[in-house]
Design a protein around this ligand. Structure first.
Ligand code: HEM
Ligand code: FES
Length: 782
């Protein structure tokens, strides 16, 4: 095969490869030059993994890296699907050495009787889940709340040590040691030997995820061996004091009740891996977060001015610049990832940091947007059955760091420096973080009461409040009968997130409880405004009437988003756009994009009368003959069955409009290939729950074993909230997809508008805000 030429996809690969190397993957798929050059131990990856893999997300989202011997996966949905299926994609490889060591280092490890084996994170089912559930209690919000005073006290003491110096290396002076101390407290380890532990845990990272040179391997092996032996000794010490507090002691007590589940080998491995899991991850995440925020001084100042933004800022930092850059799985059978065939036994490097910058899931993914409403969808904590158990402890530590720093050192700045990282695939954070400030401006010199201030820590995901942005109504323009267009801008002129056609925002119409979704129209690349068009609906639930009756230029509104559940496939051969009335808003943005891309498309737009149809003139100017207008008043109608009579391979239909029109489209496309029709619903067909017609049932939560009743007039979401279990939600009427939960067992009565027929048939996911159980019990993966 010649190199440097484009290739058509071969066996099992859906991608066109360019600039080939002549090498092949194990499936015979050609390896492109970029895939061959992929090297996660290089500085370029360390400095910015999502940027390093931008080409892959766009061109080859799943590729084979001959250098690493791994398949590399870079897109959000593919990685989430891998996490979801921990039977096909086993986590057993998670702690394996990514770079095998030589015989000399192996002999050193043997001399220490090094026996790192299964912990939780690399344990397969069915062994894993019973152990996870058994060891869950110390991570409940109530238990974690007990650690808050200790974390806060530590952070304050460490800040006291350098606050009058005017400069610090935050990693050296606080961010490394505080999470280590917290981790030791949480695990129940005595605080001694901190320095030794510090050396050991770095060695564990290099040993597991790094590429130590041959001459370094022996030194690393000694440190790892010592760490292993030390972990064993601490465990023995703990056995002598079985009633002491700490997660390991809790494990030792559980061992007495279930020796078959909590084994000795597990406890010894967990003792060592647990320190690293709880310490380095959080230390690095905190350093990454502070670095990111100081690199974006406007954002930093905003948090200093309004610390209630901190919980979502933490989440956005974990998304944008998380501390676990990539994780691993191994395929237990032949499988598919993003339509690429992956043979049994393949190793997968799933680059979660790349997924977190995937534009297909996160609007304007490279922007640091502390009001991003889906920031907590990030995959930095993994996802599914193995999702990080300590995530809320880490969030708590990060919130307290940010709260103390923004209050005591709001004038802190990054010093000029080049950041260095420990070369490895997974654990990522700067080795130093130099900052400086003018001590004369330390706020506590003027106001000592500052020292006592504290905000309540939010345990769990951020609240809606911290995701809401207040925007200025710049202009309200009537654009058709009963339709106004709103131009919304940041009150301080700051840029707003870019968005993709089909995206919407949620607007609070007078009160937080009355939140309505409006699709964005206008130009997605224009970051100075967000534009929506709102039809006054006399029989609606009051949102549009509020907009029409109350909003005028100069007012403020509170919005969340943008978010997109109505993505357009930009690679399809042909597109038919169908819009009815106000349904033109998302469709107009899509058609504009199709035109800009030079795609083959037509736009069919119908309405009661021309006067009731927004944007007609603009659409005609832009789309010319591609636009077909049907005005009911003039006796014209869009003959949907005729329009869609013959299915066309490669043609996609995107539609938005009244329910009747969408139903007509669904029946007219019943003979089209599955997935050809994409529709955006504006109006939920859900009714209020009528207890005389609904059944009561129970939900069992798989991870905790909790069983909760759901009354006939209650939704699953309500029942979960009542039990203090946080599940994201937004529209709460089956439209937005944010309350999706996984279903492990039981029949689902789907009532949402989000899932496709095939997803519904899968019976493994549901919208908690509206869908119900058919039988008496349903088991959720929560
Ligand atoms: C698992 C990341 C903090 C304990 C994981 C996994 C990741 C991760 C990526 C594997 C997830 C998967 O396979 O789906 C992080 C990050 C942290 C953090 C980024 C800090 C920002 C902590 C803390 C603790 C902890 C503070 C303990 C106190 C665990 C445990 C597991 C785990 C026990 C295994 C769960 C299982 O396999 O069932 N973490 N972690 N982590 N983490 Fe964390
Ligand atoms: Fe929107 Fe459930 S909250 S679908």
């Amino acid at each position: 095969m010649s190199t440097d030429q484009a290739s058509t996809p071969e066996r099992g690969c859906p991608f066109d490869h360019t600039l080939l190397t002549g090498e092949q993957s194990p499936t015979g798929c050609p390896v492109s030059k970029r895939a061959a050059a992929f090297d996660p131990f290089e500085d370029e990856y360390q400095q910015d993994p999502p940027d390093y893999l931008r080409w892959a997300r766009d061109q080859e989202p799943v590729f084979y890296s001959p250098r690493l011997g791994y398949w590399v996966v870079s897109r959000y949905e593919d990685i989430k699907a891998i996490f979801r299926d921990n039977i096909t994609f086993s986590p057993s490889i998670a702690l394996e050495k990514i770079t095998p060591t030589g015989p000399e280092a192996n002999a050193v490890l043997d001399s220490y009787k090094y026996g790192m084996s299964r912990t939780l994170v690399n344990e397969d089912e069915p062994a894993h889940m019973p152990r996870r559930r058994l060891l869950m209690d110390p991570f409940t919000p109530e238990e974690l709340a007990h650690h808050e005073p200790m974390v806060r006290q530590l952070v304050r003491e460490y800040v006291d040590r350098f606050i009058d110096d005017g400069k610090a290396d935050l990693v050296e002076q606080i961010l490394w040691e505080v999470p280590l101390t917290v981790a030791l407290h949480f695990l129940g380890v005595p605080e001694e030997d901190m320095d030794t532990l510090r050396k050991y845990s770095i060695a564990h990272t290099v040993n597991t995820w790094g590429r130590p040179k041959v001459e370094e391997q022996v030194e690393v092996a000694h440190a790892v061996g010592n760490f292993w032996q030390f972990a064993g000794k601490v465990l023995d010490k703990m056995r002598l004091d079985p009633d002491a507090s700490g997660w390991m002691q809790y494990g030792l007590r559980k061992q007495k009740e279930h020796p078959d589940i909590v084994t000795d080998s597990y406890l010894h491995s967990m003792m060592m891996a647990g320190i690293v899991a709880a310490h380095e991850t959080t230390a690095n995440a905190s350093a990454n977060a502070i670095k990111l925020l100081l690199e974006n001084p406007q954002v930093w100042q905003e948090i200093c001015a309004d610390p209630s933004l901190i919980p979502n800022a933490v989440e956005e930092c974990l998304r944008h610049n998380g501390s676990v850059a990539a994780w691993r799985r191994i395929a237990t059978k032949d499988a598919e990832v993003g339509a690429v065939k992956i043979p049994a036994g393949s190793k997968l490097l799933i680059v979660t940091s790349s997924a977190n910058h995937d534009e297909r899931h996160f609007s304007d993914a490279d922007m640091v947007d502390i009001r991003r409403d889906n920031a907590s969808d990030h995959l930095t904590f993994g996802y599914g059955a193995h999702q990080c158990m300590g995530k809320n402890l880490a969030r708590m530590e990060m919130q307290i760091f940010l709260e103390e720093f923004t209050r005591r050192l709001p004038h802190m700045k990054l010093s000029p420096q080049r950041f260095s990282y420990l070369p490895n695939t997974s654990f990522r954070g700067p080795e130093n973080l130099l900052v400086e400030w003018d001590t004369a401006q330390n706020p506590e010199r003027k106001d000592r009461t500052l020292l006592q201030a504290r905000l309540p820590v939010r345990i769990g995901e951020p609240s809606r409040h911290s995701m809401t942005r207040t925007l200025l109504v710049e202009r309200v323009t009537p654009v058709a009968d009963d339709v106004v267009q709103l131009r919304l801008a940041d009150p301080h002129g700051k840029p707003l997130p870019r968005w993709t056609p089909g995206a919407h925002i949620d607007m609070e119409c007078g009160s937080p409880e009355r939140s309505r979704q409006y699709s964005l129209c206008g130009d997605p690349e224009d970051t100075s405004v967000l534009e929506v068009a709102v039809l006054r609906e006399a029989l609606g639930r009051g949102g549009s009437q509020w907009v029409h009756g109350n909003l005028s230029a100069g007012d403020s509104v509170r919005v969340r988003g943008p978010r997109n559940h109505f993505h357009m496939d930009e690679k399809c051969r042909r597109i038919i756009f169908v819009a009815g009335g106000i349904g033109i808003t998302p469709v107009s943005a899509m058609a504009r994009r199709a035109r800009a891309l030079g795609l083959d498309y037509t736009l069919h737009y119908s309405g009661r009368s021309r006067a009731s149809m927004p944007f007609l003139d603009d659409l005609r100017d832009l789309h010319g003959e591609q636009l077909h207008v049907y005005s009911g008043e003039e006796g014209q109608r869009n003959d949907i069955p005729a329009l869609l009579a013959s299915p066309e391979e490669g043609t996609q239909i995107y539609a938005c409009g009244p329910v009747r029109m969408l139903q007509a489209l669904e029946s007219a496309t019943s003979h089209w290939p599955a997935g050809a029709l994409h529709i955006e619903h504006f109006v939920s067909t859900l009714q209020a729950l009528d207890p005389s017609r609904e059944n009561a049932f129970e939900i069992e939560l798989r991870d905790s074993g909790l069983v909760l009743p759901v009354a006939a007039d209650q939704t699953i979401l309500m029942a979960l909230r009542k039990a203090n279990i946080d599940v994201q939600s937004d529209c709460e009427e089956g439209l937005c997809g944010s309350c999706e939960v996984r279903v492990v067992a039981g029949q689902i009565d789907h009532r949402d508008m989000v899932l496709t027929p095939s997803e519904r048939a899968g019976q493994n996911r549901m919208m908690a805000c509206c869908s119900r159980a058919r039988g008496e019990r349903i088991v959720l993966a929560l």
